[in-house]
Design a protein around this ligand. Structure first.
Ligand SMILES: N[C@@H](CCC(=O)N[C@@H](CS)C(=O)NCC(=O)O)C(=O)O
Length: 218
């Protein structure tokens, strides 16, 4: 079994997949793609051949000859293919839909707005300086977290959903890391903080931390 994850230490989408691989207890080779160095290695012809979207992560499972992008698709693939480790999607159909919805609140409605290429475009096209770009990213994280915080009132215990750890937690924790980086006051979000704190006690989450990666800044 040969699994490869092409990603970047501080990429939240890559971070999600690292957590999922750890929770599934799968060994994999991590291949760093530096999003800034050399003008962004995601734009190199080698990487673009692997992932024409020129975004990380890209996941490769040699045994099945599959190259996958989109972290949520990768996480669901891992969960369906490998029985071992934690189950990331619940067996109940309704719970599964709820987990996907909360995951998408983050992966579809928050993360894309703060992506590097979006922030770079704000600068190139509209002259937004570093402070304005950070303010933009922080604004959209807070807008998303306001809704998620309310949702968690009804669903969370130790994790996003009372039934167990799930893909929603795997996606939430990297977004919290990113929120702190952009100066979001997490005290406004006690439910989110509580869930993230619980997850971050688990080895699978600790090992996936950006600063614990071979390409991570210490
Ligand atoms: N929806 C995609 C998002 C992928 C994505 O936006 N990746 C970011 C890092 S988190 C990236 O590669 N950014 C590079 C850029 O903006 O040039 C996923 O979940 O995999």
């Amino acid at each position: 079994m040969s699994l490869y994850l092409h990603g970047y230490w501080r990429s939240t989408a890559t971070y999600r997949v690292r957590i999922a691989l750890n929770l599934k207890q799968l060994d994999y080779t991590y291949v760093p793609v530096h999003l800034v160095k050399d003008g962004g290695q995601q734009y190199s012809s080698e990487y673009a051949a692997l992932n024409p979207a020129q975004l990380v992560p890209t996941f490769v499972d040699d045994d099945e000859d599959i190259f996958l992008n989109q972290s949520m698709a990768i996480i669901e693939y891992l969960d369906e293919r490998y029985d071992k480790g934690a189950s990331l999607l619940p067996s109940d159909r309704l719970d599964r839909a709820r987990v996907r919805a909360l995951s998408q609140d983050i992966a579809c409605d928050i993360q894309p707005l703060g992506n590097l290429r979006v922030l770079n475009h704000l600068d190139a096209q509209f002259g937004a300086d570093q402070a304005a770009r950070s303010d933009w990213a922080k604004h959209w994280i807070e807008k998303g977290f306001d809704g998620i915080e309310k949702r968690l009132n009804n669903t969370a215990t130790d994790y996003c959903f009372g039934f167990d750890l799930s893909m929603a937690d795997v996606i939430l924790v990297p977004q919290v890391y990113n929120a702190v980086r952009f100066g979001v006051d997490m005290h406004k979000y006690p439910n989110i903080q509580h869930v993230a704190k619980n997850c971050n006690k688990l080895t699978a989450f600790i090992d996936a931390l950006p600063e614990n990666q071979i390409d991570g800044a210490k």
